[in-house]
Every structure is written in structure tokens, then in C-alpha cells.
Design a protein around this ligand. Structure first.
Ligand code: PGA
Length: 256
């Protein structure tokens, strides 16, 4: 049965008050719905995680973090551990976002360490991969995606593969208002599923594959309906409750 995860990546937006306002709007929308079929996740800044966690306790909303460090504690100024996030009710952690790779020089090797540590803790990693426009134009998209997966998934147990969420986010589509086309997303997700099945056998059928990159309430119906798309990692459109809740409705319609 198809599963859909709608994940809002708030990035470095929303102070604590704004985060609480946005999450309250999303929560009251969900609680007024007769039933919720998709999973819904919000990923605020570290600063807002604690108050948002208090606010959504015992609701259907899930809480994610945008990053973590793989060591449990110690002299790592500016970092936050997986255990600290778990204690506050975080269930998912985004790793390898292209902004972290490009601006903060995160490598596949570092992302692999984070991935292993998150799996060990029992939380769910959302591993982001994606190609630049240049790489796509040179026909290198699938070499880039396979190489990112080869390195980020190195040493991962087969049994852990269904516990990983993978977000395909073409870098050229992030924050641009221009999403990848339906056929580009279809093709990429079919190939990602094939890659996972080839390496990790049947368990990989259950790995959730999200699409990210200018996903919004206008293109969600087409993209989320694709066979190997199991949801979205949503930046811009997750910052407005109206857009985000419309996407939730669209996902629920698909799962009807
Ligand atoms: P966007 O961001 O929806 O604003 O393109 C997606 C992301 O970076 O996760």
C-alpha cells in the first residue's frame, strides 16, 4: 500500500513565536479533519524544537530536525546530538541537504557517519541527494545520484534500508519556483527504487522516496501520485499553513 510523508523543512525561518503560530495552524487543520491518511512532519530550527515539541505532544504531527552531529556529546561547539533531539520528541532528522553540502562543505563521508548514528539511535534519517543543473545538462544525473547513495549508504545493514527516507532534491529546483517535471521526477524515482532493490533486495520496496524542489499545492497532485513518490520535502510552501495544508489534503486524496 502506498504511503505518503509530507515533510516541511522550515530551514532558517520562523522565530519561536512564528513557529508556534504556524504549527498551531497546521495542528488545528489536522485535528479538524475526519481522518489523516498521510504522515505529516515539521522541521523547525533547533531553537524552536523544544516549544514546538511541547505544543504538538499527543497530536498526529511529527517533529523533525534539520541536522545533527553523530557524536553523543562533548566538545563540538555549535553542534547538537541525536540523543538530545530524541529526548525532545524528534522522530526524523534531515541529513545531507544540498544547502549543508554546498554552504557548510558537508561530504558524503560525514553524512554516512550521521546516517549510521541516526539508525543506531532508532530515529529516522531523511537522506537528501540531488544533482546540480550543470550535472543534469551533462547527462550525469544518475551517476551523481548513484555515487551519493554508494557513499552515504556505505556499511548500512540491509535490514536498515526500509528505515531510511530518501529525498531526491534536484538542486536546480530548490527554492526556484520551478520544480522538476513529472517525467523527470518519475524517471529519477524509478531509478532510485531500482538502485535500492538491486543492492538491498525486497526490503527496499518500503523505503520512502520523497521528492523536494519547489513542490507546492499546484504541482503536488501530479508528483505525489507517481508510483515511486512517497511524499515531499517541502521548503517554501511549508512556511504558509494554507499551502502546506492544501498539500496534506492532496496527499490524503491520493491515499483515499
Ligand atoms: P523548496 O525547498 O520547496 O523551497 O524548493 C525544498 C528543500 O530544500 O527541502
Amino acid at each position: 500500500m502506498k504511503k505518503i510523508l509530507i515533510a516541511g523543512n522550515w530551514k532558517m525561518n520562523n522565530d519561536v513565536d512564528e513557529s508556534l503560530k504556524l504549527v498551531s495552524e497546521i495542528e488545528s487543520f489536522i485535528s479538524e479533519k475526519e481522518s489523516l491518511k498521510c504522515e505529516v512532519l515539521v522541521c523547525p530550527t533547533f531553537l524552536s524544537i523544544f516549544p514546538v515539541s511541547q505544543k504538538i505532544k499527543n497530536t498526529k504531527l511529527q517533529l523533525g530536525a534539520q541536522n545533527c552531529y553523530y557524536e553523543p556529546k562533548g566538545a563540538f561547539t555549535g553542534e547538537i546530538s541525536i540523543e538530545m533531539l530524541a529526548t525532545e520528541g524528534v522522530s526524523h532528522i534531515i541529513i545531507g541537504h544540498s544547502e549543508r553540502r554546498a554552504i557548510f562543505n558537508e561530504t558524503d563521508e560525514l553524512i554516512n557517519k550521521k546516517l549510521s548514528a541516526i539508525l543506531e539511535s532508532g530515529l529516522t534519517p531523511i537522506l537528501c541527494i540531488g544533482e546540480t543543473l550543470d550535472q543534469r545538462e551533462q547527462g550525469k544525473t544518475y551517476d551523481v545520484l548513484s555515487s551519493q547513495l554508494d557513499k552515504c549508504l556505505l556499511g548500512i545493514q540491509h535490514s536498515d534500508v526500509p528505515k531510511i527516507v530518501i529525498a531526491y532534491e534536484p538542486i536546480w529546483a530548490i527554492g526556484t519556483g520551478v520544480s522538476a517535471t513529472t517525467s523527470q521526477v518519475d524517471d529519477a524515482h524509478n531509478r532510485l527504487r531500482k538502485y535500492l532493490l538491486d543492492f538491498y533486495a525486497d526490503g527496499a520496496k518500503n523505503t520512502l522516496l520523497l521528492y523536494g524542489g519547489s513542490l507546492n499545492e499546484k504541482n503536488a497532485a501530479e508528483l505525489l501520485a507517481l508510483e515511486n513518490v512517497n511524499g515531499g520535502l517541502i521548503g517554501g510552501a511549508s512556511l504558509k499553513s494554507k499551502s502546506f495544508t492544501e498539500i496534506i489534503n492532496i496527499a490524503d486524496d491520493i491515499l483515499k
